[in-house]
Ligand binder design. Structure first.
Ligand SMILES: [Zn+2]
Ligand SMILES: [Zn+2]
Length: 394
């Protein structure tokens, strides 16, 4: 609890709440970064994008552009995941080595040793491939953390399901992490509803398939989210970028690429892979946080706090500052126990900003606890996270 409250602050909170603009002006460089502070338990929150394309499949850019975008977005890691079976630019860009896109991106990400001789690597580039079956099943799946993408090429003479099964086995033999891509994509699922078919159920049962995209680019799927929760799959968001991040997202107004937050104690590629396999993730999609309760709650509790002031003179009305240390706007519903004197029940605390409200009827400000439902978080389809917050200021 703050000990002092100045007359100026009291006047300030009595006046209409100032509009805190987190993404003021053209400071896109700052606004676009998916930068989260560490969790309260000390783990890091690493933003990663495990699904990208370049001209080495059906993307529109050279792989070094993907690297530059990822750096600008503050990602810890990005995977190169060209289509194995779909090569519309092969006549112009022939390449027998399916690791080539990764090699170029990895080279672009490697920073020369500095004066101290330390070879700094500001972005981890992960080798990957997209298994691409045009039939409805098994559709598309990504395999990342590969050591050799060439070994992922489909074997001749097999049907699509058996070929995909062999490819997943090849990825697993390399220690890879695999996931089901856009299982609701209307090109392969015309009603837009993801359903767990026997083919993928079998891949999951065999331990060959570890995760699922609940959000891909501009899309999100409640049904994919439910499949993830029901089958203990890692929850992922990816951009599946083909064009430019700058064209697909409203970066100037605080937009972020669709990505995954990985909660890990170790900021290394191995630590990242272990956390992915353990399911310690939250998908970030259009400023929504989507994941298992414990993971979403860990992120929210490390980025949202309250500070409680002394009551206004001769009242039991207490100024409460709600502080958002995350790069996403939190849309909060005040679930009580009391409402605010000067706000509706739902309000937005912009990224990196503080929002002050006056809470009514607080007999003892030192004991105030407020429960907020974070409407831009999902811990199950259509279910938001609620957190009770207290002022923990020493
Ligand atoms: Zn795909
Ligand atoms: Zn793709």
């Amino acid at each position: 609890m703050r000990k002092l409250v100045s007359a100026a602050l009291v006047l300030a909170v009595l006046a209409p709440a100032p509009v805190a603009i987190a993404h003021d002006g053209p400071d896109i460089a700052r606004a676009r970064r998916v930068a989260f502070p560490k969790l309260l338990d000390g783990r890091s929150v690493l933003a990663v994008d495990l699904h990208t394309h370049s001209v080495f499949s059906d993307g529109s850019v050279w792989p070094d552009v993907r690297v530059e975008e990822a750096k600008r977005d503050g990602l810890f890691a990005m995977a190169v995941s060209e289509h194995l079976e779909y090569q519309p630019k092969a006549a112009d860009i022939p390449h027998k080595d399916r690791n080539r896109s990764f090699q170029i991106a990895n080279q672009a990400a490697t920073v020369k040793p500095d004066a101290t001789g330390v070879n700094k690597q500001p972005l981890v580039v992960i080798n990957g491939s997209e298994i691409t079956k045009l039939a409805i099943q098994p559709g598309h799946m990504n395999a990342v953390f590969l050591t050799d993408a060439n070994a992922m090429m489909p074997k001749a003479g097999l049907n699509a399901v058996d070929a995909a099964c062999e490819q997943l086995k090849a990825a697993n033999a390399q220690g890879g992490f695999t996931f089901w891509n856009h299982p609701y994509w209307t090109s392969q699922t015309p009603n837009g509803i993801a359903t767990l078919d026997p083919v993928h159920a079998d891949f999951i049962k065999q331990g060959l398939l570890h995760g699922i995209e609940v959000a891909n680019g501009a899309d999100m799927s409640d049904e994919a989210f439910k499949i993830a929760l029901d089958n203990n799959l890692t929850i992922l968001g990816t951009s599946d970028i083909h064009g430019l991040i700058d064209w697909d997202y409203d970066l100037a107004n605080g937009g972020h690429r669709t990505a995954t937050l990985v909660l890990t104690a170790t900021e290394t590629a191995d630590g990242l892979k272990a956390a992915l396999k353990a399911g310690a993730t939250v998908a970030i999609y259009n400023d929504n946080l989507v994941g298992r309760r414990e993971n979403v709650e860990a992120v929210v509790r490390s980025t949202l706090k309250i500070e409680v002031d002394k009551p206004l003179p001769n009242t039991t009305v207490v100024p409460v500052s709600v502080i958002n240390d995350s790069p996403v706007d939190y849309i909060l519903e005040n679930a009580g126990p009391e409402g605010a004197y000067d706000e509706a029940h739902v309000f937005t605390v912009r990224a990196g900003s503080t929002f002050t409200l006056l809470v009514k009827n607080v007999p003892d400000a030192s004991k105030l606890a407020l429960t907020f439902k974070a409407l831009n978080t999902y811990i199950a389809p259509r279910e938001h996270l609620s957190v009770q917050l207290r002022d923990l200021t020493p």
